[in-house]
Design a protein. Structure first.
Length: 303
């Protein structure tokens, strides 16, 4: 039984990927990690991650392109803000029998692969409090009004940046059938804040995978992990949730630009700089705001 971790990335997110890989290798030097290219601009990051961390590139790039082409054929070009996020669905068909998918805007604080031990009793894992915020960024009230999902089922919603499952649990046709169902009912999904794959993968898992488990529901609960949560306390280079008295398993800057002054910047910066064999971190200047963007920001500050 092989276990491994998948990430998606391209050359633009080099610094985030380095911070993630530094944190993964800090606690786990051995678990294989595989890069699913986000687009065709991945040669530099693939070379660096291979040399510094032993990361391999997904072996069947033709399959990844086939998923992308069929996705476009089903949905067209205007349905999603970032359709390439769907490339992570290649996880179901890669070499690992059990796998963990992790977004690059994450750092971990433990040997994170050990969470796959829950797969002895379940087929799909997540670990977040996405459900506690309601159905925003995933579904619209239409899924309740039409009976697509019950309120109980919607309590199993999850963030698409961290999840685990088993190879072959879903078929390629299962993916395309899900895409077709979703394309026929765009009113089911909340894309108002430019999420892309999260609503669709939630629909697929809630419809097709019965044995689901959210790790935050373990006995004694588990801490939160969103960098937008202000209550976490720093202990050394890790974080603790004071409400539970537990260390965080990982921290996710979902929807937050990682830059000096962002929440828990020191934690990210520490992990980015752990490995002296990779290029030193060079902060990138913020893109210059247009006059329209400055005007919108000034309006927000008044209300």
């Amino acid at each position: 039984m092989s276990r491994g971790i998948y990430i998606t990335a391209n050359d633009r997110v080099m610094d985030q990927a380095i911070a993630l890989l530094n944190s993964l290798r800090l606690y786990d030097p051995d678990t294989p990690i595989m890069l699913i290219p986000y687009d065709d601009n991945y040669q530099a990051i693939a070379q660096l991650l291979a040399q510094a961390y032993g990361v391999q590139v997904y072996p069947d790039l033709d399959f990844i392109h086939r998923i992308a082409d069929n996705l476009h054929a089903i949905f067209g070009g205007e349905f999603f803000a970032r359709p390439n996020q769907f490339r992570k669905q290649a996880c179901w068909f890669g070499p690992f029998d059990e796998f963990l998918y992790i977004d690059t805007d994450i750092v971990v604080f433990e040997k994170i692969i050990d969470n796959l031990n829950y797969l002895a009793d379940y087929d799909f894992l997540c670990c977040d409090y996405q459900h506690a915020g309601g159905i925003t960024n995933v579904f619209t009230p239409k899924v309740l009004e039409t009976g697509v999902f019950s309120e109980a089922t919607l309590k199993d919603m999850f963030n698409g940046g961290f999840w685990a499952s088993k190879k072959g649990l879903l078929s390629e046709e299962d993916l395309y059938e899900t895409f077709r169902e979703c394309a026929a009912h765009p009113d089911y999904f909340d894309f108002s804040q430019k999420t892309s794959d999260q609503p669709i993968i939630n629909y697929m898992i809630l419809q097709r995978v019965a044995r689901r488990f959210n790790i935050v529901r373990r006995p004694g609960k588990a801490p939160g992990n969103w960098a937008g949560s202000p209550q976490f306390q720093q202990e050394g280079h890790r974080l603790v949730d004071p409400n539970l008295g537990q260390p965080l398993q990982y921290l996710h800057w979902a929807g937050i630009r990682i830059e000096p002054g962002c929440p828990y910047w020191e934690v990210w910066e520490y992990h980015r700089n752990l490995n002296s064999s990779v290029p030193a971190y060079q902060p990138k200047p913020r893109p210059k705001e247009s006059l329209w963007q400055q005007f919108k920001r000034s309006l927000k500050s008044r209300f």
